[in-house]
Unconditional design. Structure first.
Length: 351
C-alpha cells in the first residue's frame, strides 16, 4: 500500500452548500431535488449541471447519495462535483460512506455536519487506476441489486394489472354481496421492544414497512401486513415467516381470499380514508372488516392466484438474492477502502 496517499478529506474535495428551494416553489419537471434525506421531489430546472454526490448537512447528517444527472441540492445538504484529475467519482461515492460522517453531529438541537470537521477526516487514497477498479467491483454489485429491484417492480405491476382487470374493471353486477371480512380477517401485530431484537433471517414489519431482519417470528405462514398506528395506507406482502409489530395489522385468516389476491385487494382499498385517529393516524380493523363489497367467484380468485403466484415467487427469490448481494457489498466496502482486500488493475498508460 506504499502507493496509497494519506490526506485530509478537505485536500481532496469541496463540499458546496445547497440552495433553498421550498416545495411550494418547485415547478413540475424531471430534475431530481435532493435534501439531507435523499431524493425529495423534482423541479423544472437544475442547480448543478453535472452528476453529483449529495451529503446530508442538517437533519439527516452525513448520509451520502448519488445523482447520475443534473440536479438540485437544497440547503440541508452539501454537494460534490467531479474532479477526474483527483479522484474517480464512483470511488469517492463509496469512500464517503465509510468515513462515519453521520457520527460527526455538532448541533444539540438540530443534527448538523460542520464542513471543517468533515474536511479534517483522514482518508487513504489509492492511485486512480486502483480507485477505478475498486469502484467497478462495488458498482457491479449495486447494478445487479438495482436490476433485481426493477425486475420486482415489473413483476408486481403485472400481478396488480391482472388483478385490476379481473376484479375491478370486469367486476360483474351479479356477484354476491358481502363484506371484506368474508375475504380475510385482520389481527393486530405483536410487540417487540428494540432492546430485545436480535439480528436474524426473519423480516420484522412496522407500520411503514420492512423494519429489520431478526432471529424470531410470530407468523409462520405467508401473510399480508398493513399499518395500524402512526403510518397507515402502506400494504406489504411477506412470503415467509415474519414478525408484524403491534403498529401493524396482518391477515390471520384467509377465507375467500388467497394470499396474492388479498394483498392487491388491501392495496386497492383506500385505507387512509379509514383513519380513526385525530393526532396519530390509526386504522381500526373492524371498520375494514365491515366494508360492504361484491364478492368475486372463488373459482376466479383461485385462477388468479395460480397465475400470479409464479410472478410473486420470482419476487421472493429476487429479494433473497438482493439481501445476499447487499451483505456482500457491505462486507467488501470497508475492506476495499482500507486496502485489506486489494483488486487487480492495470496502470493506465500516458500518451
Amino acid at each position: 500500500m506504499s502507493e496509497w496517499q494519506l490526506l485530509k478529506l478537505g485536500e481532496l474535495i469541496t463540499l458546496n452548500y445547497g440552495k433553498a428551494l421550498k416545495a411550494e416553489h418547485r415547478k413540475p419537471g424531471n430534475v431530481p431535488v435532493y435534501s439531507s434525506a435523499g431524493l425529495t421531489g423534482t423541479h423544472d430546472t437544475f442547480q448543478v449541471n453535472s452528476e453529483g454526490i449529495i451529503v446530508g448537512r442538517k437533519g439527516t447528517v452525513g448520509k451520502v447519495y448519488y445523482s447520475a444527472e443534473p440536479f438540485c441540492c437544497i440547503d440541508t445538504a452539501y454537494y460534490i462535483t467531479p474532479q477526474p484529475e483527483k479522484y474517480n467519482f464512483q470511488f469517492l461515492y463509496y469512500m464517503l460512506q465509510t468515513l462515519g460522517l453521520e457520527e460527526l453531529n455538532e448541533d444539540s438541537a438540530v443534527p448538523g455536519l460542520n464542513r471543517e470537521t468533515a474536511y479534517n477526516q483522514q482518508v487513504a487514497l489509492p492511485p486512480l487506476p486502483e480507485q477505478k477498479a475498486i469502484a467497478s467491483v462495488l458498482s457491479s454489485l449495486d447494478d445487479k441489486i438495482d436490476l433485481l429491484h426493477r425486475q420486482n417492480k415489473t413483476l408486481e405491476a403485472m400481478a396488480e394489472t391482472l388483478f385490476r382487470q379481473w376484479f375491478i374493471e370486469e367486476a360483474k353486477e351479479d356477484w354476491v354481496q358481502g363484506k371484506v371480512e368474508d375475504i380475510f380477517v385482520l389481527q393486530r401485530g405483536y410487540d417487540l421492544p428494540s432492546s430485545k431484537r436480535i439480528k436474524g433471517d426473519y423480516p420484522l414489519y412496522a407500520a411503514s414497512g420492512l423494519n429489520d431482519n431478526i432471529n424470531a417470528y410470530q407468523v409462520e405462514y405467508p401473510t399480508v401486513i398493513t399499518g395500524r398506528s402512526g403510518s397507515i395506507g402502506g400494504v406489504y406482502i411477506s412470503l415467509e415467516k415474519s414478525w408484524p409489530l403491534n403498529t401493524t395489522l396482518f391477515i390471520k385468516e384467509f377465507k375467500l381470499g388467497t394470499l396474492i389476491f388479498s394483498y392487491f385487494y388491501l392495496k386497492y382499498l383506500d385505507l387512509e380514508s379509514f383513519n380513526s385517529g385525530s393526532a396519530v393516524p390509526s386504522l381500526n380493523r373492524n371498520h375494514v372488516h365491515g366494508l360492504e363489497i361484491q364478492l368475486p367467484p372463488e373459482k376466479l380468485v383461485n385462477e388468479y392466484e395460480e397465475i400470479a403466484q409464479d410472478w410473486m415467487l420470482k419476487v421472493k427469490a429476487n429479494k433473497h438474492q438482493i439481501q445476499t448481494l447487499e451483505q456482500l457489498r457491505d462486507t467488501l466496502l470497508p475492506k476495499l477502502m482500507s486496502g485489506e482486500v486489494r483488486v487487480q488493475y492495470q496502470t493506465e498508460e500516458v500518451a
